[in-house]
Structures are given as C-alpha cells and as structure tokens.
Design a protein around this ligand. Structure first.
Ligand SMILES: *Cc1c(COP(=O)(O)O)cnc(C)c1O
Length: 387
C-alpha cells in the first residue's frame, strides 16, 4: 500500500516551531543548558482561581456530556460581557459570539466557510503561519501584504492591486502583532473598513494579544471601528492573557452572519470545548482582571531587562508596547538564520529567525519574554561573550 499525501499537505511549509524544536532537542541531547526564547507560550501558571473552578466543574456530571459546538450560553454571555467592559461593544451572545477550541482552531477553520479555488486571501507577512495555511487548505491563493518597518509594520493597502482586491474574500490582520509587536492605530483600522467595504472583503482580526500591553497602552478591538461590525469577525484567546495555552479556549465575535458561518463549519468538524473548560474560562473572563495587570508588570520588567541589555551590546531592539515579543534587526553581516543558528550553537539560546514568519522578516529575529529575569540576564551574559 502506498500512501500519497494530498496536494494541500505536500505543499505545506515546514511548521516553523516543529523545526525549531528539533534543533532545540538536538542541543538538549548534547547536554546544553538551553534557554528557549523561541515560542510564545507563557512560562507562568494559570491563576489558581481558574484551576479551582475547573476542579469543581470537572466533578459535575452535566459537564461530562457533549458540549454544543458554539459554546454554552453562559460562556458566550461571559465573553460578550467581557467585550462590553473592555471595548464597549454591544454583542448579542446568541448570534455574535462563538466559543472556539483555542483561536488557532477557529482561524484555520473560518476560511472553509468562504474560500474556494481561485479566491484570494490577503495575509500579512511576516505573520502567524495559520492565516496562509488555512487558505491553502481551502484551495485559495494567498496574496501577501508586506509588513515593513517603514510603514510601522502595517500593510500598505494602496499596494494591493485592484484586481487582487476584487478577488479577495478575506483580509487577515493581527494587532498587537506577532511577530513584530507593532500596534495598529484607529486611523488604520478606519482605512481597512473603507477598503473592505469597497471591495467586499471580510476582515478577520486576530486579537490574541489585546491584553498584553504596557506603559499604559490600551489596544482597541477592530470592532470598535465605525462600520467594522458590517465586515468583520474578531478572534480572541484566553491563552496568552490568562496563561491558559494548554486549555484551548477562546471566542470569536462580530458580524452575526460571519459568526453563523464559523458555527456552521465548526458544527460539522468538532463538538465544542469541554464544558468544564468553558466554566473555567468564565471564571477568568469574569474575574476583576487584576491577574492580567500582574502579568503586565512582570512582562514589562522582563522587557526592560532584555531591551536595555540588547541595546547595551549594540543590538537595535525597540521597546514593544504590546505582546511578549522583542523583534529586532540582527547584527550587520548576519542573516536571520545565521544569527539564530549562531545563538543556539554558541550560546544555547533559542530565538526565532524572522524570515520563518515570511520573507520580509529576513534580517530580523524574535525573542519571547517567556523566561524570568535571572535567565534573561544569563541570555545577555552569553550574548556579550559571543558577539
Ligand atoms: C498564540 C497565538 C494565537 C493562538 O492562540 P490559541 O492558543 O490557539 O488561542 C493566535 N494568533 C496569534 C498571532 C498567536 O500568536
């Protein structure tokens, strides 16, 4: 028997973090004390009150049955209330909120409702790999929108040819941004709404980092933009905000027809998230958010240690006001790959080569603030000794 992969699998780029992990394992097996700044996965635990709520919820037999794929009304209501408090959005929990099994799941599945052969999807690059892969799985064509430093890592809408815009079904955006840590202005979001309306494009906004903001910066929801509710769906995640990456819970909100489309796909491929996890998620969303503030302070302190230290050794890192990533230009004469390989081989430091997120990321690298200050100081010591 010969197993032949489908074209969509054969044409997959190697998933960025799989390759990184392989290299890291290799170093670990050689006994290297590896410091991993590669992956955006919080090192600190989920808050106790969420864990306690889960412990209670798991004992309730009513939670042991199939959940509904769109999420319980209680979870959707909690998500709507959170969006009201946080962004001032008025969302109908029945028609404008869908629980998702981590936002990655929804980001990958949503395009199945709208994208088919010959359709174009506008995807930011460098960017989170799932926007392109979701397109590929639908048989659509990705048109990359370059995120360049000279444009504050915002896509230049005027660089999208008119025929591409007319064929485009979806535009992906992600602010605060992974990997560049850039933030969008409200003016930019307004331009996107106009552009989307004039070309009939659905705007999908990935808001995974909306709560990871520093120095008093408050990130807007795309849905706060006038007219956005006519064109957009927004993907939220509890993963980074509440250190819940392993729990797989988030929600999508926005235009009722778009939310209904996501529900339609999901009801055919999954049966929803475990109700106990949804209950735990409710406790996070309904909490006073002081936990989130505590995390912001921890990341701010780490960021300052790392950015100050990098600048001291001549690396031009700017201080991100959001996300837990530091995105910086690699030293003159190095490529993203050569620099990151050098860091791993000579210093046991894992960081992500910028071009792994897309070609315009060449010449950059990304470090995640997911180790404590002591380890970050160790990173700086090691860098000093090799650079
Ligand atoms: C981490 C991340 C997500 C996914 O998070 P989930 O755990 O699947 O909710 C989505 N988008 C971006 C840009 C991310 O970095």
């Amino acid at each position: 028997m010969k197993f032949e992969y489908a074209r969509r699998i054969k044409s997959l780029p190697p998933y960025l973090f799989v390759e990184l992990d392989r290299k890291k394992q290799e170093a670990l097996s050689k006994g290297v004390d590896v410091i991993d700044l590669g992956i955006g996965d919080p090192d600190l635990p989920t808050p106790d009150f969420v864990v306690e709520r889960m412990a209670e919820a798991i004992r309730k037999p009513s939670n042991h049955r199939y959940p509904s794929s769109e999420g319980s009304m209680a979870f959707r209501q909690a998500a709507a209330n959170w969006c009201k408090k946080r962004f001032g959005l008025d969302l109908d929990p029945a028609s404008q909120v869908c629980c998702v099994i981590g936002s990655k799941e929804a980001i990958a599945h949503f395009p199945l409702a709208f994208v088919q052969e010959e359709d174009v999807v506008l995807v930011p690059t460098p960017g989170y790999p799932v926007y392109h892969i979701g397109t590929l799985f639908c048989g659509g064509d990705t048109f990359y929108m370059d995120l360049l430093e000279e444009n504050q890592f915002l896509p230049d809408l005027s660089a999208i040819p008119a025929d591409v815009a007319d064929k485009a079904k979806i535009m992906w955006l992600n602010y605060p941004n992974n990997p560049t840590a850039a933030c969008a202005t409200k003016e930019f979001f307004e331009k996107v709404v106009d552009f989307a309306k004039s070309h009939d494009i659905i705007v999908c906004h990935d808001a995974a980092y909306s709560e990871m903001t520093y120095d008093g910066y408050v990130a807007p929801s795309f849905l706060e933009t006038p007219g956005a509710m006519d064109v957009a769906i927004e993907f939220h995640s509890l993963s980074k905000t509440y250190n819940m990456t392993g729990w797989r819970i988030g929600f999508a909100v926005g235009n009722p027809e778009l939310v209904a489309a996501l529900k339609k796909v999901k009801s055919n491929v999954d049966s929803g998230q475990f109700e106990a996890v949804q209950e735990a998620g409710i406790s996070a969303l309904e909490s006073d958010q002081s936990f989130v503030e505590k995390m912001r302070q921890i990341y701010t302190a780490r960021r300052d240690v790392l950015v100050d230290g990098l600048q001291d050794i001549g690396i031009k890192a700017s201080r991100p006001k959001a996300t837990f990533y530091v995105w910086f230009k690699v030293p003159e004469g190095e490529s993203s790959a050569s620099f990151c390989t050098k860091l791993l081989d000579e210093a046991g430091i894992v960081c992500t080569p910028g071009n792994g997120f897309g070609e315009p990321g060449e010449g950059y690298a990304r470090m995640a603030l997911t180790v404590d200050e002591t380890r970050l100081k160790e990173v700086l010591q090691r860098l000093k000794s090799i650079l």
